[in-house]
Structures are given as structure tokens and as C-alpha cells.
Design a binder for this molecule. Structure first.
Ligand SMILES: NC(=O)c1ccc[n+]([C@@H]2O[C@H](COP(=O)([O-])OP(=O)(O)OC[C@H]3O[C@@H](n4cnc5c(N)ncnc54)[C@H](O)[C@@H]3O)[C@@H](O)[C@H]2O)c1
Length: 272
């Protein structure tokens, strides 16, 4: 029904999980893909898995200069930037009385400030290119997909930082949809329920913690919560990274050329 041949994409946090699945599906639809992750080892592995259409740049996307470097690297590698997926993320949870300023700020930095900086870094090239195309009488659609969570749309106990960042990125999406419509950019957001990745691994065992800026941060969900989520989910199960990538690919494709500023929830029907 469509091809992404000749399109260049940038996917943050694509070393593993949902981001890797998005990168693979974009490449199999014909796009060239710049992968990014803070974790250089898994990033190289992902680049190999995505195949010859992939390049990668390892960096911490919350570093102030990283978004511009990543945008510049994508343009240098592919000569274009047609699809941006702001996917990188992690959780650093606690009830509000135990949440430090650093912890709360880290959640805003990764889920809201980094996507803002990536889009601002791309804005110069996107606007100039679109103006030229429009002057030539051509309509070339470009795509931005941000990632949120039902924690951002509904709230979730223990996640004041995460849900604030994930709610904020919806505002960013809706505003950019209005600012960038004139440049033929569709800007949308996909929100997930529980998708089977490292982020929601059962909270036990040796891998249930990640290192981030000198902190060991436990990531995962209590087994009883996972069981309850499955039991109450209309489809009776959690989602796979491949299923999570589906709505993102829709928003990256010509099928969504007249859809902008929307929130699409991919949760099997659950809303917390
Ligand atoms: N898995 C779920 O149930 C779920 C639910 C709602 C939303 N989400 C969102 O989906 C997105 C992908 O999460 P996932 O489930 O695939 O998790 P994941 O941990 O499997 O993958 C996330 C990737 O982002 C990378 N990353 C984290 N911080 C980074 C940084 N500062 N710079 C660059 N890369 C960084 C990680 O190294 C990791 O490879 C996130 O935004 C997450 O908040 C996931």
C-alpha cells in the first residue's frame, strides 16, 4: 500500500525494545534509519539487525548538544530527514514524598525536553526544505511521532515525574502540529499501555535495574501488577514491541497524511 523508499528516519532510543522494532519496520518499508541509544553495545547490535539501511549514533539524548548532533548526523548520512520518532525513555518511579528534584527533572528531561530539542534542532532544515518544495509546487509530507503512555493520559500512582513528562509531550505534539502544518509535517503521538520490554520486566532478578547518570535505577513492574493488567486487559495480554511499532508506522506512512495533532493509544484497550 505504501513504500518509505527514499525517506530518511531518525529514531531515538532504538537500541532495544519498541524503538528497535520501529527502526526495523521503517527499514523494511524502505526507509533509511538513523538509530540512537545511550547504550552503545545494544545500539551496534540493533544497527546490525536493522540491516544495510541503518546507521547509528550513540549518545545520551538528554545532553544539551546531543539532539543537534543527531540531526546533523542524519542529514550528513542520508541527505534528508523525513521521519522523526522521539522514543527514548525510561522510568524512575516513586511516590511524591520520596521523589527528589533530580528524579522529577530527569523524567521531564528525557520525555519532554529531549523531544523538544530534537524537533527544534530539525526545525531549520525542515522549514527551509519545505519552503523550497512548496515554491516548486510540490507537497512532500514529513512525519513526527512522539511517544507517550497511558500514565501520561490517565496518571499512575508512583509516576508523578514520568506521567508529567509523558503528559507534557502531548502538549508539545499538539502545538507542533499547528506550527508545522504549513510545512507539510504531520505531528502525532502514540501512547502505550503495557508492552513487553525491559521497562516492564518483573521487578526481581539481576536485570531489574539500569544505570543512568551514576544512579542504579530499578525498572520494572511488580509481578502482581502485571498479572492484574493482563487479567483486566480486554485482549487478555500485554503487547509486543512489534505490535507497539504498528501505529507508529501508520503515522510515518502516507496513510496518515491528513492526520495531525492526534493521540493514538496502543494498549489493547486498557486505560489504567
Ligand atoms: N514498555 C511499556 O510498557 C511502555 C509503556 C508506555 C510507554 N512506553 C514508552 O515507550 C518508549 C520505549 O520504551 P521501551 O518500553 O521500548 O523501553 P526499553 O528500555 O526497552 O527501550 C528504551 C531505550 O531508550 C534508551 N534510552 C534511555 N534513555 C536514553 C537517553 N538518555 N538517550 C538515549 N537513549 C536512551 C534505552 O537505553 C533503551 O534502549 C519510552 O518512551 C517509554 O516511556 C513504554
Amino acid at each position: 500500500m505504501f513504500t518509505l523508499e527514499s525517506k530518511a528516519a531518525l529514531v531515538t532510543g532504538s537500541g532495544r525494545g519498541i524503538g528497535r522494532a520501529i527502526a526495523k519496520q521503517l527499514a523494511s518499508a524502505g526507509a533509511s534509519v538513523m538509530l540512537n541509544d545511550i547504550d552503545a553495545e545494544v545500539l551496534k547490535e540493533a544497527e546490525g539487525e536493522v540491516g544495510p539501511r541503518a546507521k547509528s549514533l550513540a549518545c545520551d539524548i538528554t545532553a544539551a548538544d546531543a539532539p543537534q548532533k543527531l540531526v546533523d548526523a542524519t542529514l550528513a548520512a542520508f541527505g534528508s530527514l523525513d521521519i522523526i520518532v522521539n522514543n527514548a525513555g525510561y522510568t524512575w518511579d516513586n511516590v511524591i514524598q520520596k521523589m527528589s528534584d533530580e528524579q522529577f527533572q530527569a523524567m521531564l528531561d528525557i520525555h519532554l525536553v529531549a523531544p523538544f530539542r530534537v524537533l527544534r534542532a530539525a526545525s531549520g532544515w525542515i522549514r527551509e526544505t519545505a519552503k523550497r518544495e512548496i515554491a516548486e509546487g510540490r507537497r512532500v509530507m514529513r512525519k513526527v511521532v512522539n511517544i507517550t503512555s497511558i500514565s501520561g493520559t490517565e496518571g499512575n500512582a508512583g509516576q508523578s515525574g514520568y506521567s508529567s513528562g509523558k503528559a507534557g509531550v502531548i502538549g508539545l505534539t499538539k502545538t507542533l502540529a499547528k506550527e508545522w502544518g504549513r510545512y507539510n509535517v504531520n505531528v502525532n503521538v502514540v501512547g502505550y499501555g503495557l508492552i513487553e520490554t525491559r521497562l516492564i520486566q518483573p521487578l526481581s532478578g539481576p536485570t531489574a535495574s539500569i544505570e543512568m547518570k551514576g544512579h542504579q535505577i530499578p525498572v520494572g513492574v511488580q509481578q502482581r501488577m502485571l498479572d492484574a493488567a493482563k487479567a483486566t486487559n480486554p485482549l487478555g495480554r500485554l503487547g509486543t514491541p512489534e505490535e507497539a511499532a504498528g501505529p507508529v508506522i501508520f503515522f510515518c506512512s502516507p496513510l496518515s497524511d491528513y492526520v495531525s495533532g492526534e493521540v493514538l493509544i496502543c494498549s489493547g484497550g486498557s486505560r489504567f
